[in-house]
Design a protein around this ligand. Structure first.
Ligand code: AMP
Ligand code: MG
Length: 306
């Protein structure tokens, strides 16, 4: 066992961060249940999952004549859940085989939990409002309930005031280039939105604005003080022809989404939603450098952890 591995379990640091994470989760669940959402169970294994546009390997295993994958995100299942329920949320464990190059960002785990949420018939604007209310509610709750923990981390929590600033992707990109998120996150004092990502930057399920081809009705929320991305979300594509068109553009194998496409053919509701990482939020709330400190059993990119 590495030096310090055993000792970290008796440190105040870990205990306080886990208490804050628990408090965040409680506030999220209560807020959503009080606002008409139904909590659904996480899907851990499925033959089909989010293809993700970034560099995460596939994790899965053979089972009889088929193959299960570990959930990278519940987006496909969230869309289908809306056939039964109008407003859903889930605390969803995600497994993403992040490359070792991301081991030192302080923001990446191989296993983490998303609060994933989806609303039938919603627009992006509806979701921006939900997020702004949810985030301010959670921060107020933590400020109230976790005084000792915040004192320990010497963290003054400023409660942001909605509506949060919106910055269009192409403005941010033209001004700061590829590293716009990092630069702006350091510059800003309260969370802000990046909206309107170009379609080749994102997954097939993010809906293109019909009046602005190539521009998606999606968004990221970015934490201030250099803490970076908090969440991604947007309106979803539900037209089966456009879904297949986007899959083809991204050179995805349609066979890998066979069951999902059967649902899309029969009809998926229009919807919008988002996924916010619990560990990243805990890192921001506690003002931690390393996301590892938000987990009892961290799985870091490039290493094997308990
Ligand atoms: P994404 O679908 O990639 O935008 O992920 C949704 C949210 O999950 C992000 O905005 C982060 O808060 C969180 N997240 C994504 N990848 C990771 C990771 N490797 N480790 C920890 N949190 C993550
Ligand atoms: Mg994202």
């Amino acid at each position: 066992m590495k030096k310090g591995c055993y000792d970290r379990y008796s440190e105040e640091r870990l205990k306080n961060a886990i208490n804050v994470k628990s408090c965040i989760r409680e506030a999220m669940g209560n807020y959503l249940r009080n606002n008409g959402f139904t909590e659904i169970s996480p899907v851990i294994i499925s033959p089909e999952t989010d293809p993700l546009h970034h560099s995460t390997g596939k994790a899965g295993f053979e089972y009889y004549k088929g193959r299960y994958q570990l959930t990278k995100s519940m987006i496909l299942h969230k869309q289908i859940s809306l056939l039964a329920l109008d407003k859903v949320f889930v605390f969803s464990p995600n497994v993403r085989l992040e490359p070792v190059e991301l081991a030192d960002t302080g923001k990446h785990l191989v296993e983490f939990t998303q609060l994933d949420l989806e609303v039938a018939g919603a627009t992006r604007d509806d979701i921006l409002t939900i997020v702004e209310e949810l985030v301010t509610h959670v921060l107020n709750h933590v400020k109230d309930k976790c005084k000792e923990e915040l004192d320990y981390f010497d963290r003054e929590l400023n409660i942001p005031k909605p509506p949060f600033e919106k910055i269009k992707y192409h403005h941010a990109y033209n001004k700061y280039g590829r590293i716009f998120e990092e630069v702006l996150s350091h510059e800003k004092q309260q969370p802000f939105w990046i909206i309107d990502f170009p379609s080749d930057e994102r997954e097939f399920y993010d809906r293109e604005d019909p009046s602005r081809p190539g521009i998606l009705m999606d968004m990221d929320l970015i934490y201030p003080e250099g803490f970076g991305e908090a969440l991604s979300g947007g309106e979803r594509e539900f037209d089966p022809k456009r879904i297949v068109g986007r899959m083809n553009e991204q050179e995805l194998e349609l066979e890998e989404f066979k069951l999902y496409l059967e649902f899309a053919e029969k009809g998926l509701p229009s919807s919008a939603g988002f996924g916010i990482g619990l560990e990243r939020m805990t890192r921001f709330v506690c003002g931690l450098n390393d996301i590892k400190d938000t987990c009892l059993f961290p799985k870091m990119p490039g290493t094997i952890g308990l």
